[in-house]
Write a protein that binds this ligand. Structure first.
Ligand code: GLN
Length: 470
């Protein structure tokens, strides 16, 4: 009830698309009864959580923030959602996002942009009013980052204890960093994607947003493991772990990728990054500069692979089986075209067009196959670095702290994503686990996160380092 009242009090953030009040209260009551009867289901029994609106939830509308799916009520729940419920978690509602998770601001969905809770912090308000050229205080509100901005805002504003996001190019880590919470993108294949409405199947992973690293480890323990409904999940059983607060830093080898000194990196973030490296060094860890030479191709390569997969994924939305159907139905072709024009925003339609272009018979080798080869090179860079003895890479998560909405929308979605995903994207190319940890506040009083990237399936090591750092 407390969480629901927080949600209502912060409705202006636009973090939630659907509030599942009735079912949430019922789940909470059932949990209470189990508690009284001494029969708790698991670590998450009675814990209020939120889920990004691109995960299917049985009986609860699932929209992907798109006209195409508005009103769609899935007949089944995504495996990860089911696992949360099986452990007794209380599902408060579905969170806002960019349409079909395409974006890095949570500004491009049909329900409107998500507002960053930090817009209303005292320090930021005082500074922004001083510096602002407008009388209107409200003009300074900040974006959450995206595309899982609703989930990040939901955790950051204390309306829930954990939220699911999705991460294809940084969509969990980017908003987590901008909202001052922990964002974990697990290894590809560790967590089921069944029921996560796909963006880029070969890169998508469910992400976990929490207030601290320990909570992320608990949720990971609940979600991880093989799913017969997702053939890309690994067979090996996952052993949940508890994090220790002590590590022997002298046994650690931290890599600092030199290519991450990217243009546009704010001096504050750079300073924080080197301070963090010093912290490890002072604790006895070996800190080494490393090179990931192909990382600079990752954004352009992502553009080809993402749009190609989008083009084929979106083919299912034809107005026949579910979702929106246009009333312009003179012929099947007319109906298809009108449905997709009415159902998708410009960003989605633009990606479908470019993807189909890259997949044309005469372009397939030049773009799609080439991009796949480059992806392999990007992934191999990481293999080489970890083979050389590096345990974990330390990088910024974003170029700077977040920006006001009015600034953010000056550039189009594609340009924005290209800048905003620069430090996060390569981990998706390589399928590696990565976590952002809130590290400090900027001059403007806004959160800055740093990212750790680990070896595949070495979440325990990654989270242990992150916890020590936190
Ligand atoms: N910003 C990237 C995009 O727009 C990543 C999105 C994501 O991770 N879901 O595609």
């Amino acid at each position: 009830q407390r969480c629901l009242s927080f949600i209502k009090a912060t409705q202006f953030l636009n973090a939630y698309i659907t509030i599942a009040e009735e079912t949430a209260l019922k789940q909470a009551e059932e949990s209470e009864e189990r508690y009284r009867g001494g029969q708790i289901l698991g670590d998450l029994d009675g814990i209020p959580v939120a889920v990004k609106d691109n995960f299917s939830t049985a009986g609860i509308e699932t929209t992907c923030a798109s006209n195409m799916l508005k009103g769609y009520i899935p007949p089944y729940s995504a495996t990860v959602v089911q696992k949360l419920l099986d452990q007794g978690a209380v599902l408060l509602g579905k969170t806002n996002l960019d349409e079909f998770a395409m974006g890095s601001g949570s500004t491009d969905g049909i329900f409107g942009p998500v507002r960053n809770p930090w817009s209303y912090s005292r320090q930021y308000r005082e500074k922004s009013v001083q510096n602002s050229h407008t009388e209107n205080e409200d003009a300074n509100w900040l974006v959450t980052g995206g595309s899982s901005g609703g989930s990040a805002a939901a955790v950051s504003s204390f309306t829930c204890f954990a939220a699911l996001g999705s991460d294809t190019g940084g969509s969990t880590r980017n908003p987590a960093a901008h909202c001052g919470v922990v964002g974990l993108k697990p290894t590809y294949g560790l967590i089921s994607r069944h029921g996560l409405i796909p963006l880029v199947n070969s890169m998508d992973v469910p992400g976990i947003l929490t207030r601290c690293v320990d909570d992320a480890a608990i949720v990971l323990g609940v979600l991880a493991g093989h799913d017969p409904k997702d053939s890309t999940t690994v067979q090996d059983p996952f052993k949940p772990f508890e994090l220790t607060s002590f590590i022997d830093a002298s046994k650690l080898c931290i890599g600092i990728p030199k290519e991450y000194h990217a243009p546009g990196l704010s001096s504050e973030t750079l300073a924080l990054w080197s301070k963090a490296a010093d912290l490890f060094e002072n604790a006895g860890a070996k800190v080494m500069e490393v090179s990931l030479p192909h990382t600079r191709y990752s954004i352009i390569c992502y553009h080809v692979l993402c749009t190609a997969e989008v083009a084929s994924n979106m083919a299912r939305f034809d107005g026949l089986e579910y979702g929106h159907r246009s009333s312009m139905d003179k012929s099947t072709e007319v109906m298809y075209a009108a449905t997709r024009r009415e159902g998708f925003n410009d960003v989605v339609r633009g990606r479908i067009l470019s993807g189909n272009y890259f997949l044309l018979k005469q372009n397939y080798e030049t773009y799609f196959v080439k991009a796949q080869k480059v992806r392999r090179l990007i992934a191999n860079d990481f293999v080489n670095v970890f083979r050389s003895g590096i345990d974990v890479l330390l990088t910024p998560t974003t170029l700077s702290d977040t920006v006001p909405y009015v600034e953010f929308i000056k550039e189009d979605n594609r340009t924005r994503s290209a800048q905003d995903d620069i430090f996060t994207q390569a981990a998706n190319m390589a399928g590696l686990p990565a976590i952002t940890v809130p590290t400090a506040l900027s001059e403007k009083g806004l959160p800055i996160g740093l990212q750790f990237i680990g070896r595949a399936f070495q979440e325990q090591q990654l989270l242990t380092v992150a916890k020590w750092f936190e």
